[in-house]
Design a protein around this ligand. Structure first.
Ligand code: FE2
Length: 372
């Protein structure tokens, strides 16, 4: 058997939340996504409801429990708050991907299973990730209905007017783990999914005088379409923002999802008009950018106006911006990214700017100091 899992790219992410309708509204209104599918009482499912939203190749499912008997959802939300339960990889063949990953060390969550209705069938399987998350293998090529069997047209249509955001697809998904867990999970993904370590930010690379982190990026070798950074706290005189995440989320899990766009200035202008809150960088960031003399097609004045970060990476450059946490706990947030001139990686300068900006908000929350 070949070691190829047949990974084709990200397919969708699924959140478990306290109120799916409210978070679906936010994704429609703030991110300009379309509510395409719905699963719940009206489609014959009594213990949960899900909204399925799309924007080009960016696909999101938002699910809540309707009955405490659905312990998988209620226990997740009680423990973590709203968060990402699973992300799905589209694979050529679900059985092949699942079997190879488990043979190579993946912890199985669900064996391959076929879901069918009169519109066709899909196959799914899942392996474990972090404390309470999953990676799903899916192939939906033989299904002509809405998303997957069980979903129908949305009863509450949530047809929301929003600015056109141009969001294109998932670029990368980032996990936060405890001290001494980063290598464990990087090795897990490298072995079980045939990934490789792509970037390694070590001690001192991302830090302030107060706090620090370590980060490794692993990626798919098959087409390099899937990238997964993993952060862990590093020692500092104050509490790392990764420790804060572990505290408020009650464990390891998904910190952010980066969504790509072909025109980040238009995207951020639209997202700001839709009311999305972003982390801010000091004005001096743009003076430093001019001084560095980067060859950037975009007008730096426009980047400054919208607060967009810019960093070199390889022969190209990256334009990025990060939202504030979208929920009540300072856990999950979104990133928007445009890769220019072939940039594939993650700029250390932008990562450092993100780290400093979160640290400022962390100070406001009173969670930078360790409890006495
Ligand atoms: Fe990121």
């Amino acid at each position: 058997m070949s070691d190829k899992l047949g990974i084709l790219g990200y397919d969708y992410v699924e959140f478990y939340v306290g109120s799916a309708k409210m978070l679906a509204y936010w994704h429609a209104k703030a991110l300009g996504m379309k509510v395409v599918g719905y699963l719940g009482s009206e489609t014959g499912v009594k213990d949960k409801s899900s909204y399925y939203l799309e924007k080009n190749n960016f696909r999101v499912v938002i699910t809540t429990a309707l009955d405490p008997v659905n312990y998988e959802i209620t226990s997740f939300v009680t423990k973590h708050g709203d968060g990402v339960k699973r992300w799905a990889l589209k694979v050529k063949d679900v059985k092949t991907a699942f079997e190879i990953s488990v043979q190579n060390g993946a912890i199985p969550e669900r064996s391959p299973r076929l879901f069918e209705d009169d519109k066709g069938s899909i196959e799914e399987a899942a392996i474990k990730l972090y404390d309470d998350a999953e990676i799903v293998f899916v192939n939906r090529d033989k299904y002509n209905g809405i998303f997957k069997p069980g979903f129908g047209n949305p009863v509450q249509r949530l047809e929301i007017a929003a600015e056109e955001t141009g969001l294109a697809a998932i670029d990368h998904i980032v996990g936060n783990v405890r001290i001494n867990e980063m290598n464990l999970w990087a090795n897990y993904l490298n072995k079980s999914l045939n990934f490789e370590t792509f970037i390694d930010f070590g001690p001192g690379d991302i830090s302030t005088k107060y706090s620090a982190l370590l980060s490794k990026v692993v990626r798919s070798k098959e087409g390099a379409a899937v990238k997964n950074p993993i952060n862990e706290p590093f020692e500092g005189i104050k509490k790392s923002q990764i420790e804060e995440f572990i505290d408020v989320y009650n464990g390891s899990g998904i910190q952010h999802i980066a969504v790509s766009t072909p025109d980040i200035i238009k995207t951020i202008a639209a997202l700001r008009a839709n009311g999305v809150e972003f982390l801010s960088v000091p004005e001096s960031y743009y003076d430093a950018l001019k001084e560095r003399g980067l060859e950037v097609t975009e007008d730096i004045g426009q980047l400054k106006k919208y607060g967009i970060l810019c960093d070199t990476e390889g022969d190209g450059y990256l334009l990025q911006l990060f939202t504030k946490p979208i929920g009540d706990r300072p856990s999950f947030f979104y990133e928007f990214i445009q890769r220019r001139k072939g940039a594939q990686g993650f700029g250390q300068g932008n990562f450092q700017a993100l780290f400093e900006s979160i640290e400022k908000d962390q100070e406001l929350r009173g969670s930078l100091d360790r409890e006495k």
